[in-house]
Design a protein around this ligand. Structure first.
Ligand code: NAD
Ligand code: DAU
Length: 354
């Protein structure tokens, strides 16, 4: 069945990977990207698609309900893949307001516009609203706790995760109350091409290439589960096409690693792949700094449901994914150099000044 997708946040990291994935796998589908191009959005991520007749890019805010309504109608959208968000925990600590606005109010705006439109179309059964969310809504685990399942109680700890939790609850309520065909996914830490330099893996990779310190928060023993972004896109495809409406699916990479170990592995890969490093071995650059306030200790995903019900499992190990990612950043020097703007330098100083 062909689809007509509205991809919100399609110029960001996961959204742009998803748009490339979808255009490669479903060349006859229509893909409309709606993105406000905040500091994290980059139209260059989609430049190779701009000439395609089935692709179009709209610069706009998901909180603009008349724009969203007009797009749904004029483009005859049947599927929303909702990625747009403020996504960085450290920025949510500096300024939570934008997180509440985009993540909560923006998601509400999309849901309500989609509901009105779906009603005028006589509630077609194949319409979908995919809400891409995070494992951070479940809070923090200790080392001996079992991984998060879809029924783990919500316990968000940062303004970012609280705003994502709020959006998840709205999506759930729109299914429960109005039977809007929504699906929620909660995934672990993504990494891969097109990730903005502020996040752990690109930050370490870029700093090592520039010979700058590699800042590790606290004791470095916080654990994250790493999901290669292309595995994630494949999971979202399967969820859109075969997932059950009203359901939640956890998506994980089966790659739980302590931050310090991840950075050591990354340094070894960079030393192997990068030709002219200013400082070698890169591990010499590792610097422990003051911890992130409220830093969650461990996230881990139990992805049994999506495996048993929809047949999805991740294919990329963290070693393979890190090799691919480092090589991508080495090949795309100009892409990331342009993102080290004044705004980014100001942000960097605020977070890392101590
Ligand atoms: P990102 O920050 O790289 O990209 C977000 C995109 O949304 C940007 O292109 C930005 O311009 C756009 N955007 C922001 N506010 C907007 C608004 N008001 N209107 C329209 N567009 C707006 O984020 P990402 O890492 O690609 O994450 C995508 C989604 O996946 C988010 O919802 C995030 O919460 C979720 N998620 C991310 C991860 C991860 O590891 N990156 C893990 C779990 C869940
Ligand atoms: O778990 C999913 C979440 O993963 C997503 O919902 C978020 O959008 C995404 O940003 C990510 O959140 P994290 O806070 O886990 O990712 P980040 O890359 O910021 O940090 C990963 C870990 O590394 C975390 O324990 C904090 C640590 N860290 C991070 C940075 C940027 C450092 O030690 N030093 C750093 O400079």
């Amino acid at each position: 069945m062909s689809r007509r997708l509205l991809v919100t946040g399609g110029a960001g990291f996961i959204g742009s990977n998803f748009v490339h994935y979808w255009c490669d796998n479903y060349p006859d589908d229509k893909v409309v990207v709606l993105d406000a191009l905040t500091y994290a959005g980059n139209r260059a991520n989609l430049s190779s698609l701009e000439a395609k007749k089935n692709f179009c890019f709209i610069k706009g805010d998901i909180c603009n309900s008349s724009l969203v309504k007009q797009l749904l109608e004029s483009e005859k959208i049947d599927t929303i893949a909702h990625f747009a968000a403020e996504s960085h925990v450290d920025r949510s600590i500096l300024g939570p307001g934008a997180f509440v606005q985009t993540n909560v109010v923006g998601t509400y705006t999309l849901l309500e516009a989609f509901r009105q439109y779906w009603l005028t179309q006589n509630q077609p059964g194949h319409y979908r609203f995919l809400h891409v969310s995070t494992d951070e809504v479940y809070g923090s685990l200790s080392p001996q706790d079992s991984p998060f399942t879809e029924t783990t109680a919500y316990a968000p700890n940062s303004p970012y995760s609280a705003s994502k939790a709020g959006s998840d609850h709205l999506v759930r309520a729109y299914f429960h109350t109005y039977e809007l065909p929504t699906i929620i996914t909660n995934c672990s830490n993504n990494y891969g091409p097109y990730q903005f330099p502020e996040k752990l893996i690109p930050l370490m990779c870029i700093n090592a290439l520039l010979g700058k310190p590699l800042p590790i928060y606290g004791d470095g023993k916080n654990v994250r589960d790493w999901l290669y972004v292309k595995d994630h896109c494949n999971a979202l495809d399967i969820v859109i096409n075969t997932g059950a409406v009203g359901e939640t699916y956890n998506i994980g990479g089966n790659n739980e690693v302590e931050n310090i170990n991840l950075v050591h592995t990354l340094c070894q890969i960079i030393d192997k792949l990068a030709p002219d490093l200013p400082i070698k071995p890169s591990e010499k650059l590792i610097t422990f700094i003051k911890d992130r306030p409220g830093h969650d200790r461990r996230y881990a995903i139990d992805a049994t449901k999506i495996k048993n019900n929809l047949g999805w499992t991740p294919l990329v190990t963290v070693e393979e994914g890190l090799h691919l990612t480092v090589q991508w950043y080495l090949n795309h020097n100009q892409w990331w150099q342009l993102l080290l703007s004044q705004e980014y330098q100001d942000y960097y100083r605020q977070i890392y000044k101590k």
